[in-house]
Design a protein around this ligand. Sequence first.
Ligand code: ACO
Length: 306
Amino acid sequence: MGVRFKGWGIAVPDRIVTNDELSLTLDTSDAWIIERTGIKERRIGGSARTLGALAGQRALDDAGLKPQDIDFLVLATTSPDRMLPATSCLIADDLKMNCPAMDLNAACSGFMYAVRTAQGLLETGNKRILVIGAEHLSRWVDWTDRNMAVLLADGAGATVLEYDPDGNDLLSSSLGADGSAADLLTCEHGGFIQMDGKEVFRRAVRVVVDSAEKAMFDADIKSEDLSLVIPHQANIRIIQAAMKRLGIEMERAVVVLDRYGNTSSASIPLAFDDARKNGRIKVGEYALMTGFGAGMTWASSVVRWS
Ligand code: ACO
């Protein structure tokens, strides 16, 4: 059966926080952050609810749909507004939707997990699913901790997935999780996000490459067939290392982390929307979307742009 991407939308806070601004209160520098991460600035503000609702509305507008046309809302988020209820219910209320709604937490792999979940929901009779990745990570950052404060940011991205018996845009998905690595990247109730950056870095490259190769194999696609790679936007050096091991030149990777930082489950739709708006993908071309995150989790999909 077929799944079509029908529309895309993003939302980021207005407030831009530059590396120089962070250097005023942290023992860090613009040069260090750019060299070690590739990040130049990030957006801070809003909440998973407000950013997610705006991105969701924009995806609906882009698809020419009304909230009532949607059968199911899946929100990928690591930073919900509340413990209860699910932030997806709050967004559904904001958008005046009356369909089932649920949150999904797979950290930075969340958007790709949500896309795969939506595909399953379409296979069981739903017609259209609104998938949103929305994060308010700044809420869970200790702003005196230079290790995390320079990396994480806020934002949201969304797409509508529609059942289509005559065609298919989502060619394969390779997902995984390894809970034995849980303590490498964690946030306790009421605490702040903490990370063993070096170990996350090392494992991230491995799981991205393995899952990307599996997704390409399952889609019967070779790396040279890909027009674009849309990686999770955590660190430019992770992207460079993964691209090198996949044998794909960096020019085919979409990079927006310089402007947005690491927005977890929002980062892949933010990057894809940027590529789309800049005409970097044409009808019929293939793209690889690939993410990794706390859990650890990982997820890669090959999509065809129609
Ligand atoms: N400014 C200046 N110095 C810093 C900063 C900073 N912001 N942060 C750390 N340092 C220092 C360290 O204290 C260390 O100093 P020392 O040598 O005196 O001990 C030195 O810089 C080198 O630190 P490293 O940790 O070795 O730096 P590294 O090159 O590994 O980069 C980084 C750190 C950017 C965190 C990198 O390891 C990384 O990107 N890891 C993966 C991050 C990631 O992908 N996270 C995933 C998802 S996030 C999520 O799921 C919500």
